[in-house]
Write a protein of this length. Structure first.
Length: 199
């Protein structure tokens, strides 16, 4: 069995576990979070099952660590009693982040891949604002989650998640720049990696 298929199986299992975690959140705290998390899980699970791995996917330990780490970390987030002061702002951030990520997947499809790789450059929709809008949405949603379920453990995990996504974005851009000179033009046109006017 090719290593790509082993990775696919692992990712499918992770997304299924995300679905279970979302159901637990719905029973213990807020059904809206669970609904959007479940929707996100279904879309990414479907995309994972449908994609054909790129032949030039980055199979280095760096890419595998950055990818698997960013998927595993959310499983360890605490979801106890929500902080009343941050519940509505956090919920709005969470919904916004999930919507940004899902719209970005639709825009990039069928170039979506699990590991950093080169297929084609997407420049429309959210990709006209930042170069990695899926990660941007992911971090926005996790920031909203952190606002609702504020704890030291969640702060550390979301911080590590941000570092892993930034690392993965760097790996992706190296692959894209080495494969398509047009990506440098795109980088100049869209200077922000993750957040408009910030980073």
């Amino acid at each position: 069995m090719a290593i790509q298929e082993i990775i696919r199986i692992g990712v499918v299992l992770l997304f299924l576990r995300h679905g279970v975690a979302a159901a637990q959140v719905s029973f213990s705290t807020n059904g809206v979070i669970a609904a959007f998390e479940t929707l996100s899980t279904i879309v990414f699970l479907w995309a994972t099952l449908k994609i054909e791995f790129s032949k030039n996917a980055d199979l280095s330990w760096r890419a595998i660590v950055a990818t698997s780490g960013s998927m595993v970390i959310p499983l360890f987030l605490e979801h106890g009693d929500p902080a009343s002061a941050g519940r509505l702002p956090g919920l709005l951030l969470f919904i916004l982040g999930v919507c940004v990520s899902l719209l970005s997947v639709v825009e990039i499809w069928p170039s979506f891949d699990i590991l950093p790789s080169f297929r084609s450059i997407s420049t429309g929709g959210p990709y006209a604002v930042v170069r990695h809008p899926i990660y941007c949405g992911y971090l926005i949603s996790m920031s909203g989650y952190l606002t609702i379920f504020l704890s030291v453990q969640n702060m550390i995990l979301v911080g590590v998640l941000a570092l892993l996504l930034f690392w993965r974005a760097i790996l992706e851009e190296r692959s894209l720049e080495s494969s398509d000179p047009g990506y440098r033009v795109y980088r100049r046109r869209v200077p922000y990696k993750l957040f408009p006017a910030i980073l």
